[in-house]
Design a protein around this ligand. Structure first.
Ligand code: NAD
Length: 472
């Protein structure tokens, strides 16, 4: 059997673990097992399913510390981040358990017009394909609502971080896990028994998967990349803590977060003040080193190609006249893994690849603007529209501008994880995807309406409507 080895990106000589690569036959068998399990799972009352999910959450909670260590070693994310991710995933699972019975309850009407029941029916077997950057939460945000609704799931995590999420999935009922890259993903998405596809990842894979699902008439939800602007209005008022939060909004997980602050638009008149405070905050809060070492807030990037790509973006920026400002402090040996110096880049035009494309790494451009309208137009440029942020001392002004930003989620006076809410739907506009995760919409993503209806006119052999009539 072919095995996939995963190295520690902070110490690349260390193999953290291995998973078996699933071939096409293995994918077929997993989908069929999930299909058989689904009927029994869906037939159980939702209260029973929720009780099983709560119990599974308790099991994972008992292992959270151990799983955070595993996640840190396979992904290169600092231990505190990994603890936070697992704890957030468990909190979301509880949120689903608390809210699914109400949100997924059938709507029933029995009145003078007839009897109508609208059920929230599960799709069947759902295929979930997830990336490596937040493997546990990005799987949980699919698994929990899908399972609560009565679906079963075949999960294909990224081969770059398959270990911790594999352990979490094994604790949940109704989940099969298959391993591998694009070939395993393709076999899964195109399997005839798959009734819904949930994908989080990049543009290229997203387009291919959406097309493959479309060719099968399988509905999909797509959570794709972003190039989030952070827009500082002329009256912005940031404390030292705010600057630290802003730095981490770009550099947490080494910048490899879909909703990281990826472009900073600052009023030209306040550029010097901003730059100085930003650098000082980075010096305090950004410590690059081994993810398991105490005090480290930024680890390596995920792989050698990722490191080369980000370094290339910075070198290309300098070649076109930009200035690269290294940020933060190093802790220990940074030669042992895929470490990239966190960098602020100034002096770029909006056509520079670091500005126009999703960098997905620890380099962020700082871009001065002259008028608010100009800043808004520049923030809205491009094909991506995942998240954005507006920073202002006047919350009403920020909320007014938020309605004019082309993004699925606008954070006010913060950005990235610190601005998330379990009750708010999350997802992109434009080419950042479609469908939503979290909130009630995230639950409804895994059901479709199914109706039973007895018109009153024909109940009890009544003297109802003529055969050609529409109801009044
Ligand atoms: P990726 O697209 O390379 O891979 C995602 C998953 O799809 C992996 O499991 C991968 O093995 C699989 N895959 C890749 N190609 C495939 C194909 N042709 N057919 C079937 N499966 C395929 O993404 P990545 O590099 O792991 O993640 C980075 C991207 O994910 C970034 O663009 C980031 O912005 C995005 N992302 C988006 C969100 C969101 O919520 N919108 C969250 C996290 C990451």
């Amino acid at each position: 059997m072919e095995l996939i080895s995963r190295e520690n990106p902070a110490r690349i000589t260390e193999i953290v673990g291995r998973v078996p690569a699933t071939g096409a036959d293995g994918v077929d068998a997993a989908v069929r097992r999930a299909g058989r399990a689904q009927r029994e799972w869906a037939a159980r009352p939702i209260g029973d399913r929720i009780a099983v999910l709560r119990q599974a959450g308790e099991t994972v909670t008992g292992r959270a510390g151990e799983l955070a260590g595993l996640l840190a070693r396979e992904s290169g994310k600092p231990l505190a981040d990994c603890r936070g991710e697992i704890s957030f995933a468990l909190t979301y699972l509880r949120w689903v358990c608390d809210h699914a019975p109400r949100v997924l309850a059938p709507a029933e009407i029995d009145d003078a017009a007839g009897r109508l029941v609208v059920r929230r029916a599960p799709y069947g077997v759902v295929a979930c394909l997830t990336p490596w950057n937040a493997p546990v939460i990005l799987a949980m945000v699919k698994l929990a609502p899908a399972l609560a609704a009565g679906n079963t799931v075949v999960l294909k995590p990224s081969p770059l971080a398959p270990l911790a999420v594999g352990e979490v999935a094994a604790a949940l009922p109704g989940v099969e896990v298959v391993h591998g890259g694009a070939p395993a993903g393709r076999a899964l998405v195109t399997h005839p028994l798959i009734r819904k596809v949930a994908f989080t990842g990049g543009d290229r894979a997203g387009r291919e998967i959406a097309a493959a699902a479309g060719a099968m008439l399988t509905p999909s939800v797509m959570e794709l990349g972003g190039n989030d602007p952070a827009l500082f209005l002329p009256d912005f008022a940031l404390t030292d803590d705010d600057y630290e939060r802003l730095v981490m909004a770009s550099f947490a997980t080494s910048g490899q977060v879909c909703m990281a602050a990826k472009r900073l638009y600052v009023p030209r008149a306040r550029l010097a003040e901003f730059t100085e405070a930003y650098r000082a905050a980075a010096e305090r809060v950004l410590v690059v080193g081994d993810p398991l070492a105490a005090g480290v807030t930024m680890g390596p990037v995920i792989s050698a190609p990722a490191a080369d790509r980000v370094r290339g973006l910075v070198a290309g920026s300098v070649a076109r006249g930009g200035t690269a400002v290294p940020l933060g402090r190093a802790h220990g040996d940074l030669e042992s893994g895929y470490f990239v110096t966190p960098t602020l880049v100034t002096g770029l035009d909006d056509d520079a690849p670091l500005v126009a494309e999703e960098q997905f790494g620890p380099a962020v451009p700082l871009l001065p603007y002259d008028t608010e309208e100009e800043a808004l137009a520049r923030a809205n440029a491009g094909e991506l529209g995942l998240a954005a942020s507006v920073w202002s001392a006047d919350e009403d002004r920020a909320f007014a501008l938020a309605t004019r930003l082309e993004a699925g989620f606008v954070f006010v006076n913060t950005h990235n994880r610190t601005g998330m809410s379990l009750r708010a739907p999350f997802g992109g506009v434009k080419r950042s995807g479609y469908g939503r995760e979290y909130g009630e919409e995230g639950l409804l993503e895994y059901v479709q309406s199914a109706v039973a209806h007895a018109p009153a006119a024909f109940r009890g052999g009544g003297d109802g409507m003529p055969a050609t009539a529409y109801p009044a």
